[in-house]
Structure formats: structure tokens, C-alpha cells
Design a protein around this ligand. Structure first.
Ligand SMILES: [Ca+2]
Length: 406
């Protein structure tokens, strides 16, 4: 019964994504009629692979560059390299940059304004052999010239240490970190091109973790018995977007992820504690699987991003993007009346397509409409909303943009 229901939901999702693609112009213009007018300003240029942005409550912009580290941009537009490679105020000798990995997500402590001044950053580290991804906590000083008190709150996030038949070393590290409205830190990870990782509840790759600020498991993760209690959801491929449904929306506070599909099926998923996202690229005897990793071998039927045959209770995707220009990276719920008809809608970066999609969701979190944000084409790495309510993006052209709605 339940299986049939989930199958029906999957059908609806599939149908709605098809509708979104082929929707007649009338519906799209109905969407754009209530869309805000956007004014874009290029805030910074010449950055080296900027990956993520976060704002402190006093309006200072922190940003990461994949092979350099973490920097602060002060109100006088001066930039200070706080943490990372040589030239940073605090050098991390263990930090390294390889393949898709290096310095990724950045998050600001919910009690920063109350005086913790703590920030968190996701890095690839060779302190352990073999290397791992880590979440590092740092305390930033009052004038943003230095950081101290490095504490590695998670040391054992799976890392791809060697190339295999599926691709290069350093692939699929996930790496977005965000505090939820529940004040716990959510950490997205990737499958490392490792066939058994996503469904392995003892290892942290292919997961969304939910932890306290000291890195210990948050209460209420509902991890299946025997699993690492830091695991909030599992069965993911490579999650690089996580955002929370804003107050005033149905299921406010619910986390939504965006993750890269293989040669098909990028997915947005509404998460439930303890849920299985249904990715399992192992043991597909009818496929040719280099180094036993079947992730690139099949199609949406033979190697699904959400395998409801193996996992009937898998969390159904909210939106499946199967068109050209995949590469689903960052995600962000827009929040605030200044966003007009887009208030509460979900932005998702499609890096391959060099565009940002804006999704309308129903009460269950299923996408019912899709449009494209009218901005110049670029590979957008991150989407965040600043304390001023505006959208900030970083892209692979080395730029940070501010986008003001009106
Ligand atoms: Ca899935």
C-alpha cells in the first residue's frame, strides 16, 4: 500500500518536472508577472574559485576560495585572509586542494552576536592518513584580523584519496555547512565515487550530518539503529545545497537539499530525520561498473537517484532535473516581502546550465513550477541571503554578486 503510494508520488514528481519543462508561455508569464525586478552589482572580482559566503551579524562578508582558505571582506572593502594556506593570519598546514576538494562551506555561529564569535569551515585535511574532510571551528577577533582556537569538531568525513574508474581523487566531497533554525549545524557530504558509502551507516560520506556546535550528534536525528548518530539522512550522492523552509511557509524549518545526479536526475529533496535518499551505486549486475561503482553506468531506471525498488520508504525527490545543463549545486529559500512573488520560493543553481532556477513548491514541498532567474549566465557556486535581505552569489568566474530585488 505504502509502496504504491510512494510510486504514485514519484510519478507525480516526474510528471510535474515534465510539465515544468514544457509548460506553455502563459503559465511562465504568470510567474514572471509577480517576479521581482533584479538589479545586479558585481561586488568582488578576481577571486580564486570562490565556494561559499556567509555574513556575520555585523554585516561582514566571509567567503572561501577553494585552494586558498577563508577571508573576510570588511566594510571599508579591505580583504583579510583569515585562515588557510600561506599568507593567511592562521595557516592550516594540513589543508590541501585536490580535484573538487579543498576549502568549501562556511557558517556563522547562531550566538556570534552574543559573543561567541565562532565560525565554521569545511576543509580537506591530511592530518589523518588517509586524508579526510573536516569541519573546523574558529574564533574571529573583533576587528577581523585574525582567528584563533582552531577546534576540529568533525574529523572523519569520507574523502576520495585516489582516482578510480569513476574519476579523479578528491571527487564528491559535498561540503556545504549551514545552521538550521533549530540551531544545529547541518553538514552535507558526498559519495567519493565509492559504491558502498551512501548506504553505509558507519561512515559519513553520502550523508547529511546534523550536529551540535562541538560536533557531537544532535538529538532527534533518528539515525537507524547501529548507525553513526551524527547521521541525519543517508543514501545521498553529492549534496552541495542545503536550505530551510522559511517561517510562515508550510513545514517551516524543514531542510531541503540539492544534489548532483550522475548523467541524469539532479534532485531537490525535502529531508526527514533518519531518511534514506535512495542512492545506492553498488551491486547492479546488469551494468558495467568500473571499480564496482555503478553510479555512471545506468539510466534513471537502472541506476536511479532514488531507488524505490530497493528502498520503498526512500524520501521522494521534490524536483528532478533531467534536462541539459545539470550540475545542481547550491540552494536557497528566499525569505522576505522584498522578494514579492518569490518570497518563500526555492532557488537552485544549475552549474552546467549556467543558470539559477526558481521553484514554486506545494505544501508537501513538491515543485509545481519552475522558471529561470534572469541573470547573466555563469556557474554559480553559492546562493546566500545577506542580512540586508539581498541575494549574494559566488561563481566560477571568480566573482561575488549582489542581487537586489525591487
Ligand atoms: Ca534521492
Amino acid at each position: 500500500m505504502k509502496k504504491a503510494m510512494i510510486a504514485t508520488i514519484a510519478m507525480v514528481v516526474l510528471t510535474s518536472s515534465l510539465i515544468a519543462v514544457t509548460r506553455p508561455p502563459a503559465s511562465l508569464s504568470a510567474t514572471s508577472a509577480e517576479a521581482p525586478k533584479l538589479t545586479r552589482t558585481v561586488v568582488m572580482t578576481g577571486l580564486q574559485e570562490p565556494w561559499d559566503i556567509a555574513f556575520t551579524p555585523d554585516g561582514v562578508m566571509l567567503f572561501t576560495e577553494k585552494c586558498r582558505g577563508l577571508s573576510a571582506r570588511l566594510p571599508d572593502k579591505k580583504t583579510v585572509r583569515l585562515f588557510g594556506t600561506s599568507g593567511s593570519a592562521l595557516v592550516a598546514p594540513d589543508l590541501f586542494c585536490e580535484g573538487q576538494s579543498g576549502v568549501h562551506g562556511i557558517a556563522v555561529d547562531p550566538d556570534f552576536a552574543k559573543g561567541t564569535r565562532d565560525i565554521y569551515v569545511y576543509i580537506a585535511s591530511n592530518l589523518r592518513k588517509p586524508a579526510t574532510n573536516r569541519v573546523v571551528r574558529l574564533t574571529v577577533n573583533a576587528d577581523y584580523t585574525s582567528v584563533a582556537n582552531r577546534t576540529d569538531i568533525i574529523e572523519d568525513i569520507s574523502y576520495k584519496n585516489a582516482a578510480n574508474g569513476a574519476g579523479i581523487a578528491g571527487a564528491h566531497s559535498g561540503g556545504r555547512i549551514r545552521f538550521g533554525p533549530d540551531r544545529f549545524l547541518y553538514v552535507t557530504t558526498g559519495d567519493n565515487h565509492n559504491a558502498t558509502l551512501p548506504q553505509d551507516l558507519k561512515r559519513l560520506g553520502g550523508k547529511v550530518l546534523r550536529v551540535s556546535r562541538d560536533g557531537t550528534a544532535a538529538p532527534g536525528n533518528n539515525t537507524p539503529t547501529g548507525g553513526d548518530p551524527r547521521i541525519f539522512t543517508y543514501g545521498h550522492r553529492n549534496v552541495q545545497g542545503i536550505t530551510f523552509r522559511p517561517a510562515g511557509q508550510p513545514n517551516a524549518g524543514q531542510p531541503f537539499t540539492a544534489e548532483h545526479g550522475p548523467n541524469h536526475s539532479d534532485e531537490v529533496t525535502a529531508l526527514a530525520a533518519g531518511g534514506n535518499a535512495g542512492w545506492d551505486p553498488q551491486n547492479r549486475p546488469r551494468l558495467r561498473c568500473p571499480d564496482d561503482y555503478c553510479g555512471y553506468a545506468g539510466d534513471p531506471t537502472t541506476m536511479p537517484m532514488t531507488d524505490t525498488q530497493r528502498f520503498p520508504k526512500a524520501m521522494p525527490p521534490s524536483w528532478v532535473h533531467n534536462g541539459s545543463g545539470r550540475g545542481m549545486g547550491s540552494a536557497l529559500f528566499l525569505d522576505g516581502k522584498q522578494w514579492r512573488g518569490w518570497n518563500g520560493r526555492l532557488l537552485v543553481s544549475l552549474m552546467g546550465g549556467q543558470r539559477i532556477a526558481v521553484l514554486e513548491l506545494d505544501a508537501r514541498g513538491m515543485a509545481t513550477n519552475e522558471a529561470t532567474v534572469e541573470l547573466p549566465a555563469t556557474r554559480t557556486r553559492t546562493l546566500v541571503q545577506g542580512p540586508d535581505g539581498n541575494l549574494y552569489t559566488a561563481n566560477d568566474d571568480g566573482e561575488i554578486w549582489r542581487v537586489v530585488p525591487s
